[in-house]
Design a protein around this ligand. Structure first.
Ligand SMILES: [Zn+2]
Length: 234
């Protein structure tokens, strides 16, 4: 563990590990700026920046945005004031990137290698159970879970009564494929970042997971929002 205060944070976890919930909780408590690749791509494309437009060409064709473009996008985004600590150094919580060792190298060459990686660890079988049981309402967007949040009337949305669907994304075969991809590409990152990686057991309640993640950031010296004085100065 480093004695310096961690400022460049990366959240790693398989699909369904609960990254979104943890990211939101950490942002609320630590005042970090949450950088999700999906959001950054949409924002830059809409804003029409040079990098954003370059990325948009690929997105419009349904292709993956190349690593070099993605890294440039992140490097630009990190220049903005909300990604800077008072002394001007970069400060952020990056989610969804890097996913591969090649991307990790690219990030490092921009001087953005993480000083803390929070790995949300959930056994594959638990993720399959979490995701494959999900049923979605195509009308109002509500979601249920056959095991953890069953609807009052089987197969019907509690909110609007429409028939629930089982999205392709939530089919077991799709989930297992995504997990295998994660295992093959992203797990090596955990080894690469071994010295600054902290594993959080994410196979527990969302509250417990967040509590454990908060404890990790505290151990790395990340100040809570209310420790910096009035919110306005954060
Ligand atoms: Zn509904």
């Amino acid at each position: 563990m480093s004695s310096r205060i961690a400022q460049k944070l990366i959240l790693v976890g398989a699909p369904g590990a609960g990254k979104g919930t943890v990211a939101k909780g950490l942002v609320d408590r630590f005042g970090l700026t949450h950088l999700s690749t999906g959001d950054m791509l949409r924002t830059a494309a809409t804003a029409g920046t040079e990098v954003g437009l370059a990325a948009k060409v690929f997105m419009d064709q349904g292709q993956l945005v190349p690593d070099a473009v993605m890294v440039k996008l992140i490097a630009e985004r990190v220049q903005e004031p909300d990604c800077r600590s008072p002394d001007g150094s970069p400060r952020f919580l990056l989610d969804g990137f890097p996913r591969t060792l090649v991307q990790a190298d690219a990030l490092q060459s921009e001087g953005l290698a993480p000083d803390l990686v929070v790995f949300l660890d959930v056994p594959g079988e638990a993720i399959v159970r979490r995701l494959s049981g999900r049923r979605t309402c195509p009308v109002c967007g509500n979601s249920h879970h056959v095991e953890f949040a069953p609807p009052t009337v089987e197969g019907c949305c509690d909110r609007c009564g429409s028939a629930l669907i089982h999205r392709t994304d939530d089919h077991e075969a799709t989930i297992r494929h995504r997990l295998a991809t994660f295992e093959a590409q992203t797990s090596p990152l955990i080894s690469r970042y071994g010295a600054v990686t902290e594993r959080v057991d994410a196979n527990q309640s969302p509250q417990a997971v967040l509590k454990a993640a908060v404890a990790v950031l505290r151990a790395y010296g990340v100040p809570l929002l209310d420790e910096k004085g009035p919110l306005g100065q954060a």
